[in-house]
Each structure stands twice: as C-alpha cells, then as structure tokens.
Design a protein around this ligand. Sequence first.
Ligand SMILES: Cc1cc2nc3c(=O)[nH]c(=O)nc-3n(C[C@H](O)[C@H](O)[C@H](O)COP(=O)(O)OP(=O)(O)OC[C@H]3O[C@@H](n4cnc5c(N)ncnc54)[C@H](O)[C@@H]3O)c2cc1C
Length: 415
Amino acid sequence: MEVLIIGGGIIGLSSAFYLQQAGYAVTVIDRTDMQQGCSYGNAGYICPSHFVPLATPGIVRQGLKWMLNAKSPFYIRPSLSPDMISWGWQFMKSATRAHVERSAVPLRDIALLSKRLYEEWTQTPGLDFSYDPQGMLELFNTEENAHHAEETIKEAKSLGLDARLIDKATLQNMEPDTAINALGAVYFPGDAQLYPNQLMNSLKDWLRTHGVQFRGNEEVTGFITDGNKVKGVKTKTAVYAADHIVVAAGVWSRDLARELQLKIPMVGGRGYSVTFENGPYKVRHSVILSEARVAISPMNGNKIRFGGTMEITGLNAPPRMQRVQGILESVKRYFPAYDIPLPAAEDVWYGYRPCSADGLPHIGTLERYPNVTVATGHSMLGISLGAATGKLVGELVTRAPLSMDISPFKVERFS
Ligand SMILES: Cc1cc2nc3c(=O)[nH]c(=O)nc-3n(C[C@H](O)[C@H](O)[C@H](O)COP(=O)(O)OP(=O)(O)OC[C@H]3O[C@@H](n4cnc5c(N)ncnc54)[C@H](O)[C@@H]3O)c2cc1C
C-alpha cells in the first residue's frame, strides 16, 4: 500500500514516521527543499501548559490595540481577500469563553500524548533532537498579569497539570546568569524543549534510512479523482499515484483542501526568530515573556533563540525588521543586561504558523474522500503536537483504534 504525504514539515514527517513503521511504502512530496520552513526556526516548546487556543475573547480586544504599534507582538493587515474575511469571521465567532473551556481538555490530551511520544523518540536509535524536559517559565511584570498567572495556575491544576507561582527571588535563583526584571513567573515543570532544526534533520535522515522516498522542489497543484476516491496528485511536471494521500501542507493546506471541495479557514501567522551560538546570552529554562509574547529558548547546549510576533499579512509580504526590533527590545525590558544587536535581514528567520480559525488543529480522514487524511492548522503548537498528530494520522490511515478522541479536531467543522 502506497501513501503519499503532501508536506515535509513536522506534521508530514511525523506522519511518515508512523506510517513507515506500520509497513507502508511512504513518499513525502514538498514544494521546497525542506530546510527552512515553519518547522525549523520556531521556539521548540513541547507545552502541555498551552491548553488555551489562540481564539480567546482577550486576544480580539488586545489585538486591536496592538495593531497600531509597528513593534507590537500582533498585527493583522486589513484585507478584503475572501480567505481573510472567512477566517476573521470564524475567528471572532470562536473567540468565546465557552470555546476556550471546550478546547482545554482536547488540547491537554493531545499535548500529553505528544510529549510521551517524543520521550519514546529519544529512545529511538538514529533520532536525536536535544530533548530537554526542564520545564518552562512564563515571566510577568504587570499586576494584571500577576493576577492572570494565579488564574492560569488554578485552571492548569484543575486539568491535572503542574503549575507553580514563582516569586522574584526564586525566579532569580532559577535563572542566576543575569539580572531579571519581572514580578514573578509561572513555572510549568511538565513542559519540555527541543531543538527543531535538529529534530527535522534527524527525522529526514531516519526516514531516508528506513526507505521513505522524498520528492523535493515539487509543488502539488491538484488531485486526480475518480468518484469518491483520490487516485493521485498532480504537480507541474508529473503525476503521482497513491492508495492513500495525507495533506500536511501547513497553511497551504487551505488551498489544497479547496481543490477537494473542503473549506478550512486558515491564515499564515508569521513569526520571526534569531538564534545565537556561543553568545553572551544565557537562560537555563525555556522562557516566555507574557506581556511581550516573546519566547526565549535555550537549545542544544550552546544556542539561544529569541522568537515571537504574530503577523497576519498574507504569505508573500516582505519581512518587517521592526517586528524583530520589537522582539529584541522586549527582551531587554526583562533582561536589562541583554543589548542584543539587530541582526542583518539574512540572519533573521521567519515562518508561517498554520492558524486555524478556532485555534484547534484539523485532523481526520475526509468524509467525501475516505482515502485522504488531513492534518493541519496547528497554529502555535505544531511542534508540541507534532508527534501525536503523526501517530493519529498513522492510526487513521491504518484504521487502527485511535489513541484519543479527535472529534474536536474534525476536518470538516467549517465546511
Ligand atoms: C516564531 C515561531 C515560534 C514557534 N514556536 C513554537 C513552539 O515553541 N512550539 C510549537 O509547538 N510550535 C511553535 N511554532 C509553530 C510551529 O512551528 C508550526 O505549528 C509548525 O511548524 C507547523 O508545521 P506543519 O508541518 O503543519 O507546517 P510547515 O512546517 O509549514 O510544513 C508544511 C510543508 O508543506 C509544504 N507545502 C505547502 N504546499 C505544498 C504543495 N502544494 N505541494 C507540496 N508541498 C507543499 C511546505 O513547503 C512546507 O514544507 C512556532 C512558529 C513560529 C513562527
């Protein structure tokens, strides 16, 4: 049985990993050389602590304020494109307290499953990705967020997750390498960190060694259908036949889904990161700066990555260095000794998070085409949920019992 996976990001590669193990002949096809996409330069958090989806009542209010500031963590370029309008409408409808409450358990469950699977991967010969289960610190420096931190801890505990309020002195003891300007932090001991570039390269090597075929620099432009079966895909130069097709093309899955008469409202939430190797900046835990929405990730022993912003401007807009400047200035507000110079544009990475309209992924086999499985829309959580999504795709394709209830992630929920 031959499976063709469209997309060689974390979701596609993780799916390939489980499908290869299930004995399938797997081909991964990607329109790029698979070196730079969203799954590479991200912050690498494995975060069961992120049980709140992007669509919340607060983000709409806060987002409108932030839109006026070029260095702020969030920006939407107003647009009349039908994709943007459809996404915006569904996003506003989803940003309710009830949706946040409904989403917490499924997000927790898929994150915990994923974390357990990444731990299994650390024992898999040939896979190496600097997995570090030291937990995450979410720093705050306003009274409003100190109060919010207490609420978060209550909610986390009610979900059975470990979350602790850390005062300024304890925070400084946990991060002794530089002075910190914060009122305190929430510590999530159950979170972990990995080095995404290494994960992706290691997965590709492992898959190649185990017989998975790769077709790089080939863009899927359409599908060949026969009744309710998809027999293969078309690229500009070739046709690939397959028994089962997995659509894991990140934010571009929206356009491929349309070819299958399926509506997945999704936009690319662009984020930026800069990485320093053997530099003077040091943190011992993964850190989030709550007010600034900036992530600081220690990676692979000698690296540190600063990342953030959510910029919704279409998929071809030139990068905006003001956003990167905003990230680095935010770091200095919490870590006053860190005067991080703005790097040259070519040293700044950016990627497009596949932001679904309700902040939940779309994972499932299509009702209309039972030999097509879709896995996309992971927004800010594609790495965290990557291993579990691959496992679930493997189970869907092989029709094995599912590791968890995936009904909240139904692919057709907006169709
Ligand atoms: C700054 C930043 C920080 C982040 N930090 C974290 C974090 O700490 N933890 C976390 O869990 N997540 C994080 N994320 C989010 C995470 O990176 C994404 O959710 C994840 O990478 C999405 O993976 P994917 O496989 O769905 O998509 P992608 O990585 O975008 O892969 C999709 C692939 O499909 C290919 N493709 C598209 N269209 C076609 C086509 N027609 N034909 C063939 N190939 C096609 C693309 O070339 C691409 O390689 C962060 C993102 C950003 C930007």
